[in-house]
Design a protein around this ligand. Structure first.
Ligand SMILES: Cc1cc2nc3c(=O)[nH]c(=O)nc-3n(C[C@H](O)[C@H](O)[C@H](O)COP(=O)(O)OP(=O)(O)OC[C@H]3O[C@@H](n4cnc5c(N)ncnc54)[C@H](O)[C@@H]3O)c2cc1C
Length: 406
């Protein structure tokens, strides 16, 4: 087994949260043994550790429990199963499923759907084509409808709207929820609303009773309105589901979808120069800071990964990167799906700029730095060695893929 310590931020959070159903399972195992006279002995002092000055310390951050014990929430204890035998109504969700998996925006949306479904309703997720997701159960999905077929591949809004209309006819959901995102949900939701001749609520960030609040006026104002059936919700509209497990029962369409000739033809993705993508729109950012010692190697790695380059302010001030590449409070606020921070300490001004990034990977020498605390995946070590290994891994992966294709 690898010696690499992998942190599990979710497990650490549960270990800190005494109200969470898995809290007890996340506590360290109490050392106990059988004494010579057959009595079970327990070391009740086995909690915590002795600090360098000889004083006992108990780490209440959860890192000791969640991280060091290498447990994962799912592996230890099953979350309570929420079942809806005969749903009184449906709340339909159409997640973006970027890369075939639920994004954090999708999970927020499922959290919102769960709130709207209460105990009688069921959350029905509608997914187009093949997916790679295995955590629908813990994301709050009661029913799963996969609309299969090549007609849904790529950019196919017309066919998808047709599919959603068929689902609407069959399940007549109380609400439809789509992510108001650039990854598809924003456009699909508006097209779907137009085809149903219904007015959707857009950029919704809060629902209170029968009223919802969405951003308006170029993001400068809030617009409160009665809750419509179709809701296009912003990221962080609700907390993702974390305390229950759901059935994910498969459901099917009872009718076969009529195939109409689409007016839009998808000619496939166009290869673009990652450097030409504006930072604010880049999906994959490879960012360098003061810990990058070999900038030629940094550029080579970014090119091998096909990532857009970013930088900390120190890297920009030192003249290694252009000013328009600076990420952070006084640079660009980015929304990448994956943000790789190489040798960046994680100063508050930098972290502000990456607050909306989905997954953060940190490469750093210092395991205690703030970027490592923010990261979903951390690699501790010398940046040059790690970048070199990354280039080799990418090359091996590409060669393997070519061999498989041949
Ligand atoms: C008003 C104001 C606005 C600011 N705005 C921004 C902003 O928009 N964006 C921004 O980024 N900063 C901004 N800053 C600056 C910010 O406070 C930090 O100084 C800056 O982010 C630090 O950059 P860094 O992490 O690259 O450098 P450092 O803080 O020097 O960190 C370098 C990191 O690299 C690691 N390291 C060192 N050597 C290696 C190695 N060989 N391999 C791997 N890791 C290594 C170190 O452990 C360390 O964590 C602002 C500051 C102010 C006052």
């Amino acid at each position: 087994m690898s010696d690499i310590i992998r942190r599990d931020p979710r497990a650490e959070w549960i270990a800190r949260n005494r109200l969470h159903p898995l809290h007890a399972a996340m506590q360290p195992v109490q050392h106990s043994w059988m004494g010579p006279n057959g009595i079970l002995r327990k070391n009740v002092h086995g909690v915590g550790f002795i600090g360098p000055n000889g004083i006992k310390r108990i780490d209440r951050s959860g890192a000791q429990q969640g991280g060091a014990s290498k447990r994962t929430a799912a592996a230890e204890v099953q979350l309570p199963l929420h079942q809806v035998a005969a749903p009184a109504f449906y709340i339909n969700v159409v997640p973006d499923m970027v890369g075939g998996r639920l994004s954090s925006h999708d999970r927020d949306l499922l959290g919102l759907a769960r709130q709207l479904a209460g105990s009688d309703g069921a959350v029905l997720a509608v997914v187009f084509g093949e997916h790679k997701e295995s955590t629908f159960a813990t994301a709050g999905v009661d029913r799963l409808l996969v609309l299969e077929g090549h007609e849904f591949d790529g950019y196919s809004p017309e066919q998808r709207v047709q599919g959603l209309r068929a689902v609407d006819n069959q399940f007549n959901p109380r609400h439809w929820l789509l992510p108001d995102s650039r990854s598809g949900g924003g456009e699909l939701g508006r097209r779907f609303a137009a085809s149903l001749k219904e007015r959707p609520a857009t950029r919704v960030w809060q629902i209170k009773g029968q009223e919802c609040i969405g951003r308006a006026g170029a993001g400068q104002e809030d617009l409160a309105r009665p809750l419509p059936r179709l809701i296009l919700a912003a990221a962080e509209c609700a907390d993702p589901v974390s305390e229950t497990r759901h059935e994910v029962l498969p459901v099917e369409l009872s009718t076969t979808l009529a195939r109409s000739l689409p007016r839009i033809e998808d000619l496939g993705a166009v290869a673009v120069d990652p450097a030409a993508i504006p930072m604010a729109e880049a999906e994959f950012i490879f960012s360098g800071g003061n810990g990058v010692k070999d900038w030629a190697l940094f550029h080579q790695t970014a090119a091998a990964l096909g990532a857009t380059e970013g930088a900390s302010r120190v890297a920009v001030d030192d003249g290694f990167m252009a000013r328009d590449r600076q990420v952070g409070a006084s640079g660009t606020w980015v929304t990448a799906r994956v943000y790789v921070a190489v040798g960046i300490s994680g100063a508050i001004q930098h972290l502000q700029g990456i607050g909306a990034c989905d997954k953060v990977v940190a490469i750093n020498l210092d395991p205690g730095c703030d970027m490592i605390k923010r990261a979903d995946l951390s690699v501790i070590g010398e940046s040059a060695a790690i970048l070199q290994a990354l280039i080799e891994a990418v090359a091996a992966y590409r060669n393997g893929a070519k061999r498989d294709a041949a």
